[in-house]
Ligand binder design. Sequence first.
Ligand code: 87F
Length: 504
Amino acid sequence: MSTGKGGGGKKKKEVKKETKLGMAYKKDENFGEWFSEVVVNSEMIEYYDISGCYILRPWAMEIYDLMKEFFDAELKKMKVKPYYFPLFVTENVLQKEKDHIEGFAPEVAWVTKSGKSDLDAPIAIRPTSETVMYPYFSKWIRSHRDLPLKCNQWCNVVRWEFSNPTPFIRSREFLWQEGHTAFATKEEADEEVLHVLELYRRIYEEFLAVPVSKGRKSEMEKFAGGLYTTSVEAFIPNTGRGIQGATSHCLGQNFAKMFDITFENEKGSREMVWQNSWAYTTRSVGVMVMTHGDDKGLVLPPRVAPIQVIVIPVPYKDADTTAIKGACESTVYTINQSGIRADLDTRENYSPGWKYSHWEMKGVPLRIEIGPKDLANKQVRMVRRDNGAKVDIPVTNLVEEVKALLDGIQENLFNTAKEKRDACIEVIKTWDEFITSLNNKKLILAPWCDEEEVEKDVKARTKGELGAAKTLCTPFDQPELSEGTLCFASGKPAKKWSYWGRSY
Ligand code: 87F
């Protein structure tokens, strides 16, 4: 019998470190504290001594890497090439596109010194890389044969935010991929915008199991330097806030004009290129945590879980621990052989119960327990993280059953999240209904005249402690807009249905 690490003989004492497991806050009672607690206790995040900066631990990075693997394979199919551009940009270049930088300027971080001496001129840290890249696009693109130019980089960016920093969701440094492409025609650019947006939908819905709406941003909410912006928008029912999941912009020819990015067409005359840019960030991980987590901690969708199955030996007092350990090892081996990510927790200084809580906290989708009874019956016990359901499975069917359960968990997480999100959608027609829905933390679908002044007015009229309401997007999936429908805010004829709400 194992006596654990401290094994000095005294029986009951074998289990140590039974400390600090479990959550102090509940998701429904104190969502903000709950979120901070989940990301720290699950070992995704460690707080850092600079506000708004966080350490991403393996449990977060491995999730990001699993999405990256998918996205990189898709980029390859699109013939997008990997690049890396410098972190720094001169003031002169950064300011080149005025519309683009205007409004963002307060968030730009600057390096002003090396050691004790001032630099000749301050150097900005990239908040995004348009101005870093496009001077070189101008150099590299000469003829129609140089097009399309498709580049992507995985990197960090810095935006010195002042409002309420939150791990993953709003951090001063974050990781993303930024795609920047240039085409000869607007048609090609338009098509790519939607192709990439669909990839973002798949990352959210198929990997993170988070339902999103694809749509177009209003003139007020679009990227000011571009022509139009599309996005995938998620919704957090607990806070009643929308959250932008990723953006895919058509930049039109604005940057081509500013940075002189032109090509000689087949007839020998010069034309400006059409450009796109698109990005998704580590924020996506935070949206997933908010969507699926519960009062026991993180709940991970199998497709992004670094460990999909955790195997835990359950040796009762007089059990044959060697046989149990052997069964656990062969179980993990068999599952790993099939391409599923399984791991074994053999630590002897923790009890099985402590391990259950630990891996529940970390959100591992499936737990396999193997004890003496299971050994005798040639079975294992499987416990689902999403709904706690327990089943005993004969070892002969192991891999098929694990696969089926993981698929079922993935599907159930998405369906549950979608039901919760859909239950928050309220279709409204009048200002009074709008205000009621807003106060009830709903995701509002409203007929709108699509005028910038009206959106400004809605913002002004809803200003308050919780932040103003704004458009989230105009979904591509439009309900019918019957003749004579009026804008909820202005009373003018409505042109479209748009999602409104408070947002992150
Ligand atoms: C903050 C400071 C300076 C957002 C900023 O969305 C500049 C900016 O340009 C800024 N915050 N943006 C817009 C970024 C647009 C665009 N860039 C490439 C993307 C996708 C990837």
